[in-house]
Design a protein. Structure first.
Length: 263
């Protein structure tokens, strides 16, 4: 990636500039302590010298800070809104051996979905806001999150799916319940997000991810003994009636329908 569009390199340079300013600030503190010490004991011979040294140190600090300030000329707007940030995260993740994939307008780092919020200068990792945007830091954070136990509760999610499924089947006819009739997962998602604003709080990508996590968990029995399955369809290939997720290995997987039946 070009240096001018690399946030990592730009931040590294500014970090270095800030370090130089910090050392200059240390020199200011040191000279001011000598200034104070001379005044405390009345060392008139060293007092004027301490004043001069402090003045020089403060001037150096001003200059070093001005250099650091002027050095940060990164175009945040163009970088975040233009897609360079997303590209650099993918590139950095590859270099660091962390599997991160792009899906729709999000990044997927199993089992987390990451949404970039350019206006807020932050990203959303599932529901948690993260403002540390330096690519190496963000990718390291994602790696740490992956090493923690997954918070997903398959039993709770399964019961929620079953409730929505039962509602959908009941609308077709009570005699169909328990027969394994297939309901499109898109229809289940619509039931999950009936309330205004719910689709923003729980996106289709998150729903697809949760279906995948449930499928991988091998938890398939509801409290009343109904067994869940995810039947495919000829419509799966077209994608118009499916939901799509990126698997842990980075492959695209499509789901079409859901069914519950007695064992």
């Amino acid at each position: 990636m070009d240096r001018l569009t690399s946030l990592e390199k730009s931040l590294a340079k500014t970090e270095s500039d800030a370090e130089v300013a910090l050392k200059a600030a240390g020199a200011v503190v040191s000279s001011l302590k000598k200034f104070r010490a001379a005044a405390q004991v009345g060392n008139l011979r060293d007092l004027q010298k301490a004043i001069d040294l402090s003045e020089q140190a403060i001037a150096t600090l001003r200059q070093q800070f001005a250099n650091a300030k002027e050095g940060w000329d990164f175009d945040e707007e163009l970088y975040l809104f233009g897609g360079d940030f997303l590209s650099e995260i993918l590139q950095t993740a590859k270099q660091m051996g962390v599997k991160v994939f792009e899906q729709d307008d999000r990044l997927y780092c199993y089992p987390f979905l990451i949404r970039i919020l350019p206006n807020e200068r932050s990203v959303l990792i599932d529901k948690l806001r993260e403002r540390r945007l330096r690519p190496s830091v963000l990718v390291s954070h994602l790696k740490d999150l992956q090493n923690k136990p997954i918070r997903f509760r398959p039993e709770t999610f399964l019961e929620g799916l079953f409730a929505a499924y039962r509602h959908a089947v009941a609308a077709r006819g009570k005699d169909l319940f328990g027969t394994g009739v297939v309901v499109k997962l898109r229809a289940i998602y619509e039931l999950f997000t009936l309330l205004p604003g719910q689709s923003k709080e729980y996106s289709p990508q998150e729903f697809a991810r949760d279906i995948y996590l449930l499928d991988q968990s091998h938890v398939n029995r509801t409290k009343n003994g109904q067994i869940v399955s995810f039947p495919a369809s000829t419509g799966t290939k077209s994608g118009t009636n499916t939901i799509t997720v990126i698997t842990q290995g980075g492959h695209e997987k499509k789901y079409y329908g859901i069914a519950f039946a007695n064992e």
